[in-house]
Design a protein around this ligand. Structure first.
Ligand code: NAP
Ligand code: 12T
Length: 350
């Protein structure tokens, strides 16, 4: 980033749950913006959004939207990224893509800045932002892996509805209100919009996030498995995941079991590493009932870790509880962080 330079930025999906958070963070970080384009589908074109005290008008995304754009931040679903990201790159924009469209593409770096920022320099136009559940887990596991080695990970997630977008948030609100009044509110979005069946999310727990794959895992679970291996540069790491949706609005929580390579470690050894890790806050004091929760992590950019303890049977096994705001570190903040590092490292296309 040349000091004082300003850049043309496009936000695709600016009216969505993630897009709105991206705008808040661009404003808060005083991102060096010359011109800001807000893009959506035809549905929201014309919507007015306030940014830094000025009213901006949302436009429908077209190929021409990306003329003269330096950095385009995409959070409008995989099909929108497939349709427009290559067009944006052809026009000279670096794309930071928040969807799963390109994450496992070998040409595309998949980046959590605290974990593998060096991978950014290999980009050829598109940089992928990992899945929200993956981001917070690898942020905590990376420093442990570096210090002690890790050869197995087993994770169960407790995920907020905001991960599934604004319509899912509305569905939970209406359903919870209805349930308390003894009325039944039908499910149309959860667990997955457009899937064959729907189940209530209010006062429930749904062991399905994203579509089922042929191997019996959901796509969200496979994203966690494959993305973790790619980001940690550990293609042979044993990873298993169970992803569950719960009826709260913000932050994902994860119960994570790991087996380390080094023998004889204690909980204190893990604490020490986490205390010094970038972007991590250790919040772990059982004697004072200190641990993170989805509510305490909401609105914060960091990843919180608590409940670190040794497995009672496996000598190299540890358990922990990892919580982070899914729309911030899990999506919008990681995306803007990537964009900031692209500018700092001089990695624009033009
Ligand atoms: P959302 O609240 O449903 O918002 C969707 C956004 O995409 C809206 O701005 C919508 O515009 C826009 N959009 C839809 N179709 C479009 C089209 N054909 N052309 C241009 N824009 C279009 O969803 P969200 O929660 O913000 O998530 C958006 C996407 O981000 C998800 O599909 C997912 O791929 C990704 N995401 C990633 C993570 C992560 O783990 N890193 C987390 C959450 C979401 P309208 O207002 O016009 O409909
Ligand atoms: N289906 O970016 O429903 O791959 O919580 C993130 C969150 C996909 C993604 C969700 C999803 C992604 C969800």
């Amino acid at each position: 980033m040349t000091k004082g330079s300003l850049y043309n930025i496009a936000v695709v999906g600016a009216t969505g749950a993630v897009g709105q958070k991206i705008l808040e963070i661009l404003e808060e970080r005083d991102f060096p913006i010359k011109q800001l384009k807000l893009l959506s589908s035809k549905r929201s074109a014309g919507t007015k959004i306030n940014f830094k005290g000025k009213e901006l008008i949302v436009e429908e995304a077209t190929n021409a939207s990306f003329d003269n754009v330096d950095v385009a931040l995409f959070s409008a679903g995989g099909s929108v990224s497939k349709r427009f990201a290559p067009e944006a790159v052809n026009r000279g924009a670096v794309v930071v893509d928040n969807t799963s469209a390109y994450r496992m593409d070998e040409q595309v770096p998949l980046v959590v800045p605290e974990v593998n920022e060096d991978d950014l320099s290999t980009h050829t136009g598109i940089i992928a932002n990992p899945n929200c559940s993956t981001i917070q887990m690898v942020a905590a596991l990376k420093p442990i892996k570096e210090a002690f080695g890790i050869n197995r990970v087993i994770v169960s997630t407790y995920q907020a509805v905001s991960g599934a977008g604004n319509q899912a948030v509305e569905e939970l609100k209406l359903q919870a209100e209805g349930f308390l009044k003894g009325e039944e509110v039908p499910s149309e979005v959860m667990p997955v919009k457009g899937d064959k069946k729907h189940y209530p999310i209010a006062f429930n727990a749904l062991p399905q996030i994203d579509l089922f794959q042929d191997n019996g895992y959901t796509f969200e679970e496979m994203k966690m498995i494959n993305e973790t291996r790619k980001i940690l540069h550990a293609p042979d790491l044993a990873v298993a995941a169970t992803c569950v949706r719960l009826p709260f609005f913000t932050s994902h929580a994860e119960s994570v079991y790991i087996e380390v390579e080094q023998e004889g470690l204690t909980t204190k050894d893990i604490w020490k590493v986490l205390e010094n890790a970038e972007g991590i806050i250790l919040q772990d004091d059982p004697s004072n009932q200190e641990y993170p929760t989805p509510q305490s992590a909401a609105g914060k950019k960091e990843v919180f870790v608590g409940r670190v303890r040794k497995d009672l049977d496996h000598p190299k096994g540890f358990h922990m509880w990892i919580v982070s705001d899914n729309l911030l570190k899990g999506a919008a903040w990681n995306t803007v962080q990537i964009a900031e590092r692209v500018l700092e490292k001089g990695l624009l296309l033009k």
